[in-house]
Write a protein that binds this ligand. Sequence first.
Ligand code: SAM
Length: 310
Amino acid sequence: MAFQFNGSLETFQHDTVTHHTKDNSYWFYEKSKESFPGQAFGLEIVDILYHTKTEFQDILVFKSKTFGNVLVLNGIIQCTEKDEFAYQELITHIPIMSHPSPRKVLVIGGGDCGVIRELIKHVEDKSVESITMVEIDDMVIKLSTEFLPQMAKYHNHPKVKLTIDDGFKFLRETREKFDVIITDSSDPEGPAQEFFQINYFKLLSNALNENGIVIMQSSENIWLDIKYLKELLLKASNVFPNVEYCQCYMPSYTSGQLGLIIATMNKTVDLTRPLRRFDSCKETSLFKYYNHEVHHSSFILPTWARQYLG
Ligand code: SAM
């Protein structure tokens, strides 16, 4: 299905779009009075590719001058063609390479399908056997297929079982168990609210096989709201005895980085070191961001953040 935006950049009205008359340029600004007051991240817009409001969220896709096509949900950038691989690779390969045998994987959210693309590398390597993805809004998948084709290229791969549903509800009802669960959700404002609560960590732990590993984006990071981050880590630690925090460079996310929380019920495993690794030739051919050294270094925090987060 081809999606076409019936309008022009000049007449398009959206809270995130500002016209600068001085040089006749149009800019997208990500702002949040609650999460990051007094700062904004901006990208110059070349064209609006699509805009719609679904039952769940406001979806905007635009072509930027320097970051390629950009997917925005409720005013927050989800991914850009320029830097998406950093986040997609880390959230996927850190848990997969930390698990001895990650055969069954569940992805909650992930509508841009970038995590699926990364998981297929492990299907081809014969470690991952099945992938279930539970995304609440099929419009995100459709638009990603159209406008982010490199990310969404495996959305209908035969090893992927796609369910359009609320991830929280799915976890409450499922009897299946998984080796790795990746929560690739949007931020807590909107349909992903419940993912940032203790009950969600409980549901995750119930859906894990022995030695199972979960990972989720933490929404906040050490620069944006370290207090919130600490609270979220405490919620995770309420359920999981082994919890770690890592981060990656993400120029298109406000403050330039993204935080990830990884956890397991297995107290003895060191999640900060890969349990398995490819030789460097294969590593370089498969990944652009991840390698076994990046795996470990992503967990190393500056002194003040390490002390604050305990
Ligand atoms: N990389 C992104 C980030 O950190 O900002 C996340 C990208 S991904 C597109 C987020 C997806 O989570 C969206 O497609 C959204 O529809 C989905 N999502 C939000 N709430 C959900 C829920 N309750 N159940 C399943 N999927 C959900």
